[in-house]
Design a protein around this ligand. Structure first.
Ligand SMILES: NC(=O)c1ccc[n+]([C@@H]2O[C@H](COP(=O)([O-])OP(=O)(O)OC[C@H]3O[C@@H](n4cnc5c(N)ncnc54)[C@H](OP(=O)(O)O)[C@@H]3O)[C@@H](O)[C@H]2O)c1
Length: 285
């Protein structure tokens, strides 16, 4: 099976690299900018066709991965669909977590098989993608006829494959944003508070790692510790006072503490009176 990649960015190059390592034939990579193709070449080597013409990559491949930014997928599909001729049996998939295969719908009616293949992993750069893609769960969905080939590809790329309902993709992606992107934003906010007293994140990595280890072993509910879980109204009040001139950090603290308060109630680690006292602090302007 000959594979073409459209979009020589982080996901596309990492995907191409891992597929090649697994013995797949990556025959062509297309992108908008020559510079991106040059970068792709440093990872994927010279025995691949690098082009600024997406349709050339489509012509050369049996399977086409559209690894552009989400907002570009539909236009790329429309551009391919505008070329006369059929695409019978050719598999097209994109790697967006939020969207379903229908994002490629301009290709409907040309005989192409449509799907999506989303690695549940984070790639801040290509090297991280190459390193971490093989440890990812790969979520796939699409047309019934597209699934066998998608499964084969996905099982070669990652650690396991999950078939997801098309209608579940947006909520699936919201979940991924909570546990990855927003976790990153949370640690950035924590770093901001530490910055007030001139310490960095380094001494905090052991507690961050231990927290993640506990969550993996017992789940989030049983891993919660701290003043909200203990029903410590006084400490929560002092915390809010300490960051009174940091409005964004106060909002984050209050929102997440409300979530922690629900956890404390569920586990019964704080009394109803303590919960009510903390809630008053968290809900006041
Ligand atoms: N990064 C992640 O952590 C991650 C993880 C899982 C899934 N994904 C998904 O993977 C997809 C790509 O994300 P990414 O992070 O790899 O983005 P990215 O690094 O910005 O790469 C996207 C690439 O697509 C190319 N492109 C854009 N429009 C194009 C067009 N019309 N024709 C040809 N190439 C075009 C761009 O090429 P030029 O540079 O040539 O302009 C760019 O290099 C998204 O759907 C994203 O949701 C990303």
């Amino acid at each position: 099976m000959k594979i073409g990649i459209i979009g020589a960015g982080r996901a596309g190059v990492a995907l191409g690299y891992v597929l090649r390592r697994k013995g797949f034939e990556v025959v062509a990579v297309a992108s908008r900018r020559q510079a991106s193709l040059e970068t792709a070449k440093t990872h994927l080597g010279p025995d691949c066709f690098y082009t600024l013409d997406n349709n050339l990559a489509v012509q050369m491949a049996d399977i086409v991965a559209v690894t552009t930014q989400d907002r570009e997928i539909k236009d790329v599909a429309a551009q391919i669909a505008a070329v006369p001729g059929r695409l019978d049996g050719k598999l097209f998939f994109h790697t967006s977590g939020a969207h379903a295969a229908s994002e490629l719908s301009p290709l409907d009616g040309k005989g192409a098989l449509l799907g999506s293949l989303h690695p549940l992993q984070t790639f801040p750069d290509i090297a991280a993608g190459i390193r971490d893609l093989p440890s990812a769960y790969i979520f796939i969905e699409g047309a019934e006829k597209a699934l066998p080939a998608l499964k084969e590809l996905a099982s070669s790329i990652g650690v396991d494959v999950v078939v997801i309902e098309s209608s579940h993709k947006m909520l699936y992606h919201v979940s991924a944003v909570f546990v990855c992107n927003l976790l990153t934003a949370l640690l950035y906010a924590g770093e901001g508070v530490m910055g007030r007293i001139g310490i960095g994140l380094d001494p905090f990595y052991p507690i961050i790692r231990a927290t993640l280890g506990n969550i993996e072993a017992k789940g989030p509910l049983l891993s919660l510790t701290g003043p909200v879980a203990r029903g410590d109204v006084g400490t929560v009040s002092s915390h809010l006072e300490a960051i009174r001139d940091m409005p964004l950090h106060r909002r984050i603290y209050k929102s997440l503490s409300l979530a922690a308060l629900e956890m404390a109630r569920k586990r019964g680690t704080a009394t109803e009176e303590q919960i009510a006292g903390i809630r008053r602090l968290l809900e006041e302007e």
